[in-house]
Design a binder for this molecule. Structure first.
Ligand SMILES: Nc1ncnc2c1ncn2[C@@H]1O[C@H](COP(=O)(O)OP(=O)(O)O)[C@@H](O)[C@H]1O
Ligand SMILES: [Mg+2]
Length: 384
């Protein structure tokens, strides 16, 4: 049987989403997949919400920013990687993406400025639940449309948020366009300013939906804002539908990233079920930080013998410690193997749709902060 590989995803899809809980290695896998695709001649964008400073440093960048940054081809050459394509990275800037959306969809320059300068907009565009996830989708679709990239690899928020991510368009629209807000608008238009108190009492309902906002002129601002946003809603609503459809379409791939830890696997499986329910594919599971069995299991005597033969200095307690470390390593490997067997049982075909590709990445002795290690992971993900 040939080794499992993610290469077909890189070659056949336009967007790869890496999903998983925090700390499992999503950002690392995102970057490694980007690199693997660039090695295969693709123009790739890795889009992340994670500042991942040390990873950025290893790509020769001082930090990730909201602007596209191309990784210098020289860096690849220096570590012997042949990159025929181009690797770019960009960090999601939620507010800026929302601004661009407003600029694109506002009905007039005046409406655009009113929205952008509204105090509520600051809140909606930065802190409203679901905004970040929705804007990640918007950004994704807008870069996908502009044709500068063959492939986009998206590093999503940790799983608990990633679940929100799937509902983000609906949630954002519900928050902004709820019955309560519409009712408030009507009340406003009909009552003028005289019965503001009455309206204010009902505002609590709205506030619960969009978070706490207090201060003078709030109602007026709210009214103006909602009126202007209504202009956008036509565009918004249509876009939300488009976004939803695209995420279920043939151009998208989903890679679930986990470690062998039971909690991480549980979360990844939970997420896989959610994807399946929502009509999205689960193309692959990447199990990261897997402990491998040490190749040999020497006894203390054997270690001491080898040390003597090679004229190394390792005292008797050193040999004991080494033997213990090997035993521990073996136990970790056995635990991980059992967890992986559990995962495989959970992935039998039929139960959760087609059987996903499963790939293991070993636990490395240190963090992944240089390009050649990243290249090594790329090779494990795409060995062919
Ligand atoms: N296979 C691995 N072996 C050792 N360290 C790893 C491995 N994969 C990732 N790391 C390190 O673990 C940390 C978390 O990885 P990261 O990709 O940032 O996770 P996430 O994005 O899921 O939070 C980083 O410091 C990264 O370098
Ligand atoms: Mg991350």
């Amino acid at each position: 049987m040939s080794a499992p590989t993610l290469t077909p995803l890189l070659e056949g899809r336009r967007v790869v989403l890496c999903v998983g809980s925090g700390g499992v290695g999503k950002t690392t896998v995102t970057a490694a997949l980007g690199l693997a695709a660039a090695e295969r001649g693709k123009r790739v964008l890795c889009l992340t919400i994670d500042p991942a400073k040390r990873l950025a440093n290893s790509l020769g960048l001082s930090s990730m920013t909201g602007d596209e940054q191309v990784v210098s081809p020289e860096l690849f050459e220096r570590v012997g990687l042949r990159v025929a394509g181009r690797l770019s990275v960009m960090m999601l800037d939620t507010k800026r993406t929302f601004d661009e959306l407003v600029v694109r969809h506002a009905s007039s320059p005046e409406a655009r400025d009113r929205i952008l300068n509204n105090r509520l907009y600051q809140y909606v565009s930065t802190s409203l639940a679901g905004t970040q996830e929705y804007m990640a989708m918007e950004k994704l679709l807008s870069v996908k449309r502009d044709g500068a990239y063959d492939l986009i690899v998206l590093d999503t928020p940790p799983t608990s948020n990633a679940l929100d991510f799937l509902d983000a368009p609906e949630r954002l629209i519900n928050a902004l366009d709820s019955a309560a807000v519409r009712w408030l608008m009507q009340a406003f238009e009909q009552s003028g300013r005289f019965s503001l108190n009455l309206v204010a009492k009902s505002v609590a309902v709205v506030l619960r939906g969009i978070g706490k906002l207090t201060g003078g002129g709030f109602l007026e601002q709210m009214a103006a804002f909602v009126t202007d946003l209504n202009d956008l809603f036509g565009g918004f609503r249509q876009r939300a539908t488009e976004v939803s459809a695209a995420f279920r379409g043939p151009e998208f791939a989903y890679v679930l990233v986990t470690t062998p830890a039971p909690a991480a696997i549980r979360e990844a499986l939970f997420f896989a079920d959610r994807l399946h329910e929502q009509g999205m594919r689960r193309d692959a599971f990447v199990v990261n930080r897997v402990h491998k069995r040490p190749r040999a299991h020497p006894s203390r005597d054997e270690i001491e013998g080898a040390v003597a033969r090679h004229q190394l200095t390792l005292g008797p307690s050193g040999a004991e410690r080494l033997a213990r470390a090997l035993r521990e390593e073996t136990e970790l490997a056995e635990t991980d193997a059992a967890e992986l067997a559990n995962l495989d049982r959970a992935l039998v075909p039929g139960q959760r749709g087609a059987k996903p590709i499963r790939i293991e990445i070993p636990a490395l002795p240190s963090d992944v902060h240089d390009l050649s290690t990243l290249g090594g992971i790329a090779k494990l993900l795409c060995p062919d």
